[in-house]
Design a protein. Structure first.
Length: 286
């Protein structure tokens, strides 16, 4: 099966409903399976990759019936899909048998949180929303361009700027790895079955941050700690969260930090401010 067009014609994009029908199984909301059925949305998703992105080997997490897989095969030299559901993994191998045989498609049946990731050049996926955070923070350190579908609130928090209500630990941690942009809002009607929430497509373009941290793990733990006390001043946040940040002498950090910083709250601290404070904390409080 190569297309849903007439025999002998130029291959056309596979119809989402036909793909789902051939898969022999519907999406299951109880297992976080919501499949894109709006051709216009699916067609746009690969276009959100950065123009200079290397498309030689694209990774897709959660291929399902292959609606997005079909579009990715049109723009990539190779595609690897990680699919946990045995029914859909088998369907993908049948549906794209020619591409599998040609070495253009590899289907890995397994859990994307545990499976070995291939040496991919970019990742484009409609992620299972229940594992959005875990998957994202497995992908972000790879330094590859990402175009991912998220629940609306989650995606908007990723892209939020300091001083806004959406800004938080997720914003700082994600933006540590790349530039984050919400590319498109996707309505519930674009999926079958309809999810209970609205969705967004987010592009994360890797970049080197405009600050330095010697210990990335401590930096991320320090950010996490201070946002657990986001309503308190940084002064109190440092003092109250040593069990999370790992500081052995939080009072020494308070004594060394600038008073203007200590009076702020986490929601008003830009990533650069967090990095400078984390460096100081590592030098004086660990």
């Amino acid at each position: 099966m190569t297309s849903d067009g007439p025999v002998g014609s130029e291959p056309v994009a596979r119809d989402p409903d036909a793909l789902i029908s051939r898969a022999g199984a519907r999406g299951d909301p109880n297992h976080d399976q919501h499949f894109l059925i709006d051709d216009r949305v699916v067609d746009r998703i690969p276009t959100y990759l950065p123009e200079d992105a290397d498309r030689s080997h694209i990774l897709e997490i959660g291929g399902g019936p292959g609606v997005l897989t079909d579009r990715l095969l049109r723009v990539a030299d190779r595609v690897t899909v990680i699919e946990q559901d045995e029914t859909f993994a088998s369907h993908l191998r049948r549906e794209f048998a020619t591409e599998v045989e040609d070495g253009r498609l590899t289907v890995i049946e397994g859990d994307a949180l545990e499976a070995d990731l291939p040496d991919f050049t970019a990742c484009v996926s409609n992620l299972p929303y229940s594992i959005s955070s875990e998957i994202s923070f497995r992908l972000l350190p790879t330094g590859k361009p990402l175009v991912l579908m998220f629940q609306k609130e989650f995606g908007e928090r990723m892209a939020a700027e300091s001083g806004t209500s959406e800004y938080g630990r997720l914003s700082v941690s994600t933006q540590h790895y790349g530039a984050v942009e919400v590319c498109e809002h996707v309505p519930r009607e674009a999926f079958a079955p309809k999810p209970a929430v609205q969705s967004v497509i987010v592009r994360i373009t890797p970049r080197t941050p405009d600050y330095e941290v010697d210990d990335e793990e401590f930096f991320l733990d320090f950010v996490k700690a201070l946002f657990t006390q986001r309503r308190k001043t940084i002064r109190n946040g440092i003092r109250n969260t040593a069990h999370i940040s790992g500081l052995s002498d939080p009072e020494a950090v308070v004594e060394a930090a600038d008073e203007d910083v200590l009076r702020k709250r986490a929601g008003n601290m830009a990533p650069t401010d967090f990095a400078a404070l984390a460096q100081l904390a590592a030098e004086t409080g660990l």
